[in-house]
Design a binder for this molecule. Structure first.
Ligand SMILES: *[C@@H]1O[C@H](CO)[C@@H](O)[C@H](O)[C@H]1NC(C)=O
Ligand SMILES: *[C@@H]1O[C@H](CO)[C@@H](O)[C@H](O)[C@H]1NC(C)=O
Ligand SMILES: *[C@@H]1O[C@H](CO)[C@@H](O)[C@H](O)[C@H]1NC(C)=O
Ligand SMILES: *[C@@H]1O[C@H](CO)[C@@H](O)[C@H](O)[C@H]1NC(C)=O
Ligand SMILES: *[C@@H]1O[C@H](CO)[C@@H](O)[C@H](O)[C@H]1NC(C)=O
Ligand SMILES: [Cu+2]
Length: 650
């Protein structure tokens, strides 16, 4: 058989086994999830107590292999990478990691994880923990003593972080709220009570009721709109995009959309069409939110532990919500489902958790009017239409709207909108002029303090600008004094110029932005434009960088040290994807981006990954109550000497 026929046979095999539009980074199908959990349940682990599935996703395939398989040259096409799943289960009080080969139905590896930290909590665990206080006698007494009706109490389990304990258990602390007929649960905390729950034994292990505060009013806390929403006015009538399986094609872009329980939306193998060569050129192998970190700034007993790492502790995909047509996504949107494994290993479908739509920016993507051609006024331009992939993750009180926007100019704009309900604490203050002590936040309503906090969304951006070998270039702007006035006949005393530095190692790849003018570029040092510039993409942050203000010796900071810099560049490593470490629940900072970067690997002309922190110091304001209008953050990756000219002109 010659190689062409061999390739054809493999192609047909793939079409047969996986469907015509198969892509090696496709998320596990419901069948594959079921098959995986079946194999695990049939193994020795099946006999252990309390077998629970905490993670069940595609094992990250070998990148070289994926790229070879996707290569347009059919004679070079190897068979597709093996479909393997990576599973983390808890059984018999231990954490087990397994890799299952879905072709051979074999367990390829199985080990007990003995390091620090735990896998994410399952929804059943969170649900059970939320019910536990309601039957716990001391809690019932506390509620009775406050003359409250326990049927109107909702408890919500929070992850607890790590504060130097030498041994840790899987624990949550429940905070309880008094609905009393209102739906905005988070605005009515029953302050002073903390219920510590051991999640493995599902028992209350510590209880404290230290003080009482008045309950904030329920009047004025409703987050439901009282008027009809404004009629939808976007009018992009025909959809210009195609979705084939998980592959999306639109205008000059093609990419793959995935969905996992941990990250939510993942964008893979994004390539942009070069108008000159009519070929697709690689831009990004993989992009997704890697971790979120939300430390609250109230150090008191009831609040100090609230330093959430939502992706690792709960999961963004698992917290994704069904999108509402005409509110979350416009009328021209296509909706996509996700599939995740439940705690028992069964496949669960999540309906309409992603949408794809053309967005009208209601502006020009470029324009020009030329009046200097005698006898003519020449005007050109094009409407700014882009393609958006969106999901919304609701983590308890907060909602994150996550957008990946592809633009015809070759840019990828990544955005996040924060909205939802603030985490508040009850106080006896009803007016700001009564406050004399530090309340760690803003009085946003009577008896209601919205506590100061930060948000960091850490993006994993495996850029492959026109190939794998990439470098970070810092284009620094420097002031130069004009000294040779006579020679240049200049009357200027100064100008600015660009000085480029190429980062050599990961230490150079940790970049603090904001202290000096600099543009960060990811370039392919081996690729030049026709006229000889090095091809690249540059990072354009939308806001001043926000980095953590916690001290280096503070426990939350030890766990989330990667929030000290807005930008990190690391050497690609298949297993380094989760900035806060894989086991972030109760982690101790010994895995994760900061640790990997400290190896100081070489990053010049290497396969590299950019990590970008979209951060917010959230000082609450009164308008953030009872529900917060969206607050936007994000960044753009924009072609910079990547094309030979403006790709909008072609
Ligand atoms: C990945 O696959 C390529 C070729 O398909 C192979 O050369 C390489 O050794 C593999 N890498 C790993 C880490 O398995
Ligand atoms: C407590 O709340 C429940 C449910 O809302 C209600 O049915 C019940 O009548 C209330 N009990 C009292 C004593 O008000
Ligand atoms: C949208 O455009 C179509 C076709 O141009 C038009 O018929 C329709 O009235 C428009 N709808 C709105 C809401 O503007
Ligand atoms: C420039 O030329 C002027 C007169 O031609 C002379 O006085 C002056 O010293 C020169 N300046 C420098 C910096 O060479
Ligand atoms: C890849 O990452 C893992 C986890 O950080 C590490 O154990 C391993 O040594 C790394 N491999 C290389 C080649 O750097
Ligand atoms: Cu906030």
């Amino acid at each position: 058989m010659n190689t062409h026929i061999l390739a054809l046979v493999f192609l047909l095999q793939c079409a047969f086994t996986f469907g015509l539009h198969f892509h090696p980074l496709d998320p596990l199908t419901p069948q594959e999830i079921t098959k995986t959990s079946f194999i695990v349940k049939k193994s020795h682990l099946g006999n252990l107590k309390d077998l629970t599935f905490h993670y069940l996703d595609l094992e990250e395939p070998n990148k070289t292999h994926v790229l070879q398989w996707l290569s347009p040259n059919p004679s070079k096409k190897p068979p597709p990478p093996r479909r393997r799943s990576l599973v983390v289960v808890r059984a018999g009080g231990q954490t087990h990691e397994l890799i299952i080969d879905l072709t051979t139905s074999k367990i390829v590896s199985s080990r007990i994880y003995t390091g620090h930290g735990f896998p994410s909590l399952t929804f059943i665990e969170l649900f059970r923990a939320s019910k536990l206080p309601l039957t716990y006698p001391p809690f019932k007494k506390s509620i009775l003593d406050r003359a409250l009706n326990i049927s109107e109490v909702s408890c919500i389990p929070f992850t607890v972080g790590w504060y130097g304990e030498t041994t840790t258990r899987r624990e949550v602390k429940a905070s309880c709220f008094y609905r009393d007929g209102s739906v905005n649960v988070f605005t009515r905390p029953i302050e002073g009570i903390t219920v510590t729950i051991d999640v493995d034994s599902m028992q209350v292990v510590k209880y404290s009721d230290r003080f009482r505060k008045p309950l904030p009013d329920k009047e004025g806390n409703d987050f439901r709109t009282k008027h009809k929403p404004f009629p939808f006015s976007c009018n992009v009538s025909d959809t210009g995009f195609k979705i084939l399986g998980n592959r999306v094609k639109w205008a000059n872009w093609k990419f793959h959309v995935g969905f996992t329980a941990r990250a939510g939306v993942t964008i893979s193998t994004a390539s942009v069409l070069d108008p000159r060569t009519k070929r697709f050129r690689r831009v990004m192998y993989r992009g997704h939110v890697s971790e979120t970190f939300v430390p609250y700034m109230d150090p008191t007993y009831e609040w100090y532990y609230r330093t959430f790492m939502d992706i690792g502790e709960f999961g963004f995909g698992r917290s994704a919500v069904t999108l509402q047509p005409l509110i979350d996504c416009p009328q021209n949107a296509a909706f996509l489902d996700g599939h995740v494994a439940g705690p028992d290993g069964t496949a669960q479908s999540m309906t309409n958790v992603m949408c794809v739509f053309e967005k009208n920016g209601y502006g020009a993507s470029f324009r020009h009017t030329e009046i200097n051609v005698p006898g003519h006024v020449i005007t050109s331009g094009e409407a700014d239409i882009s393609l958006v992939v969106r999901m919304v993750a609701t983590l308890g009180n907060y909602d994150y709207i996550v957008d990946w926007e592809f633009k015809k100019n070759g840019a990828i704009r990544v955005g996040v909108d924060l909205t939802g309900v603030l985490e508040v604490k009850a106080t006896s203050y009803t007016s700001n002029d009564q406050i004399t002590d530090n309340v760690y936040g803003t009085l946003v309503a009577k008896n209601t303090i919205a506590v100061n906090h930060d948000h960091y969304l850490t993006y994993y951006l495996d850029l492959d600008v026109d190939g794998n070998g990439n470098s970070l270039v810092k284009a620094k702007l420097r002031t130069v004094r004009v000294t040779d006035v006579n020679k240049t006949s200049s009357r200027r005393k100064s100008y600015s110029t660009v000085v480029k530095e190429t980062a050599k190692t990961e230490a150079d790849g940790r970049v603090r932005l904001g202290s000096e003018p600099v543009e960060l570029l990811i370039v392919n040092p081996k690729k030049k434009t026709k006229i000889g510039n090095t091809v690249g993409y540059r990072l354009i942050p939308e806001h001043l960088p926000v980095t953590s203000l916690l001290t280096d010796d503070d426990y939350p900071e030890i766990r989330a040290g990667y929030t000290k810099y807005p930008v990190w560049i690391t050497a690609y490593n298949r297993s380094e994807r989760w900035a806060g470490g894989f086991y972030s629940d109760r982690s101790r900072g010994d895995d994760g981006l900061a640790v990997w970067s400290s190896r100081n690997r070489e990053i010049e002309n290497k396969d590299i990954v950019m990590w970008y922190n979209v951060g917010f110091h959230h000082i609450p304001y009164q308008e953030d109550f009872p529900v917060m209008p969206t607050l936007h953050g994000g960044f753009t990756l924009r072609p910079s000497n990547f094309f030979d000219n403006d790709p909008l002109i072609g």
